[in-house]
Structures are given as C-alpha cells and as structure tokens.
Design a binder for this molecule. Structure first.
Ligand code: TXA
Ligand code: MG
Length: 332
C-alpha cells in the first residue's frame, strides 16, 4: 500500500529580523498550522499552535524526533497559563516569583485545557512556561493561544542559541525563523512538576534549584532513577490505557476494540466493540495527531483489549510505534 509520506524538508524558510512585520507573519503562520522558530531567553524554540494536533505533529516531523515527548506550551502570562492548568500553592508561588522567566511548571490539565493530546503525549498534565523575551511575548499575546515549542534543533543535536544555528538545523523545515540575536540564558528552562504534595525538579536548567527552594521554603525532590535524570521526559510516566494492547493486529478478536490505520481492517469493523481509524487516507501526520485521543476513546469503550493495525515505521510512524510499544508494555 502507498501511504502519504509528508516530506518535512520541502518548504522555503523565511528569515525576518524581529519587529512588527515578523510578529504579524508569525501569527499568520501559526494560525495556518505552520512552524515558526522564535527566540526565547533560554534557547530558540520551534513553535506550533499547541491546540492543533496536525500542527504539533509537524514539530516532531521537522525535528525528526523518533518519539513523542511531551512538549512545553508557551503562553503570554500567568493568567493564560492558569486557564490551561490547575495551579496548586507551590505552582502559584513559583509562577509569581519567576514568570516571565526560564521556569517551566508541570501541572494537572484544567477542565478547559486547549493544549492538544499530542503536545501532552496523552498525559493528564501540561508543561507551561511564560518566556522572558519581548519578541516571544509579543507573538504569544498576538496569537492568543498556547504555542508548543521544543528547542529548534533536529533530534540529537544541541539547542540553538542564534538564528544562524536554527537555519543550519531547520532551513526548509519550517516556514519562518525570527532573528532576535543571541539568547541570553543559552540553557533550557528548569522544569518543576507541581502535581502533588512534593514538587519535583524534572530538569535542571536556566533557573537554579536554590532560587526555587528559597521561594518554596523547602527542598524540591530530584528524580530517583538514573534513567529519569538522563532523560527527563521519561519521568513523566507515559500514557497507558486501562485496556491491554495487541500490536500489529490484522484481524479483530472477540471483545476487542480496534485501532486501524488506512482502513486495513475496515471490513471487519462491525466485529469490534469500538473502532477508529488513525488516518483513513494513510497520512502519518494525521495519524500522529489522532493517536492519543483515539486510544482514549477506544479505552473508554470498556473493551478489555485494544488491537492495533500495523503502522508503517517511517516518518512520524516511528514515533507512533514507539509510543504504542510503551503503551503495550507490561505494567507493574
Ligand atoms: O527553554 C526551554 O524550555 C525551551 C524553550 C524553547 O522554551 N523549550 C524546551 O521544550 O526545552 P521541550 O518541549 O523540548 O521540553 C520538553 C520537556 C520534556 O522532555 C519533558 O521533560 C518535559 O518538558 N515535559 C513536558 N510536558 C511534561 C509533562 N506533562 N510531564 C512531565 N514532563 C513534561
Ligand atoms: Mg531540546
């Protein structure tokens, strides 16, 4: 079968100096589901509309990231952040003390959270940050929606601190790069999770632990395992459905819900307790955008098992398969 393979490197990238024209252009590109690289005080980000699954899928594609890590959603101010997540007393104190600034807070999603499932990698929490950079803040307030933005480098490369670095990494892979000179901090934001009683330092970064502990008036915990320290994204226990998963399924067994790709098993759909197709036309970007939302939907059907059709392992398919394998792994 022939699947659409979106070519990540097919666009002409416009480079603009920071200014009103760049801000207006950035808003247009974001609103159209495109990618904009912009400076923050830490590193350059590669931004997309965080409320749009297909737009966020393009980030992973442009970075050639083989896995869907949850991304940081950037907003213009603390009240915009509090519309997306539920802030406990620790989160409020840290936001008040350090935003705008190189601090990211992981909090439970609010009931009105607009950040799409793909940007959250299916988790019930969301990472939020108000960057301290006039250009970034101008774009965020003009756009008016959260912007998902990892560092603007290809997977496995170092984070860019100038527009030249971004062009070297992503020329042809995003619509717009805004040149705001070199970034001041040069190190990613510090990530603190405020999900329970005990705040946890998930990633050391541009804001020192001591500064955080001074505000909280107590120590923050550090992830326990080596793996969690080396790969902060891993600490976020990845999304796992209640139902068991059966991968590479080419038929439907009794009592199963079925997650299809490109209609491979569509003819058997009436046999399933619930059925969904990640992308009837076989588009991996569309499939990525739907992945977590559809898993949740099928899980809610009450089926004990969700069978999943083979998904091709190129382009975004690699990240889709990575997440499916993790979700299917035996649980403690
Ligand atoms: O300085 C920065 O933070 C830069 C600039 C562009 O703002 N952004 C950045 O974003 O580094 P990103 O998306 O690469 O950071 C993602 C990390 C993940 O690896 C994970 O550790 C953490 O944020 N993260 C995001 N959502 C999370 C969640 N719900 N639970 C736990 N960790 C989360
Ligand atoms: Mg990075």
């Amino acid at each position: 079968m022939n699947y659409c393979n979106d070519n990540a490197k097919s666009r002409s990238t416009l480079r603009l100096n920071s200014g009103p024209e760049a801000i207006a252009r950035a808003v247009d590109v974001l609103a159209g589901g495109g990618l904009v690289s912009f400076p923050t005080e830490t590193v350059y980000g590669l931004g997309a509309d965080a409320t749009s699954g297909p737009a966020v899928a393009r980030i992973y594609e442009a970075k050639a990231r083989p896995a869907f890590n949850p991304l940081i959603s950037h907003v213009a101010d603390s009240s915009a952040a509090q519309a997306q997540g539920n802030f406990n007393a620790d989160a409020l104190a840290l936001a008040h003390a350090f935003w705008p600034g190189p601090l990211t807070l992981v909090v439970p999603v609010s009931s009105g959270c607009q950040v799409c499932e793909l940007a959250r990698a299916g988790l019930d929490s969301v990472a939020l940050r108000v960057p301290a950079h006039p250009l970034a803040l101008a774009v965020l307030s003009a756009f008016g929606r959260p912007v998902a933005a990892p560092s603007a480098n290809r997977s496995g490369r170092i984070s860019p601190t100038s527009a030249d670095h971004v062009m070297a990494e992503l020329d042809g892979r995003c619509e717009l790069v805004i040149d705001g000179g070199s970034t001041a901090v040069g190190l990613e934001s510090t990530i603190v999770s405020c999900l329970g009683e005990q705040p946890v330092l998930l990633r050391p970064g541009g804001l020192a632990r001591e500064d955080i502990e001074r505000v909280l008036k107590r120590p923050v915990a550090t992830p326990k395992t080596e793996a969690a320290i080396h790969a902060p994204g891993m600490l976020a226990s990845h999304y796992a459905p209640e139902a068991l998963l059966r991968l590479e399924a080419r038929d439907i067994e009794r009592g199963e819900a079925f997650l299809d790709f490109a209609g491979q098993t569509g003819a058997m759909a009436p046999l399933a307790m619930a059925y969904a197709d990640l992308s009837p036309r076989g588009d991996l970007r569309e499939a990525a955008a739907n992945l977590f939302a559809y898993l949740r939907k099928l899980d809610a059907s009450g089926a004990r098992r969700i069978a999943i059709a083979p998904v091709p392992n190129f382009g975004l398919g690699e990240a889709i398969n990575d997440r499916l394998r993790r979700a299917a792994a035996p649980r403690a």
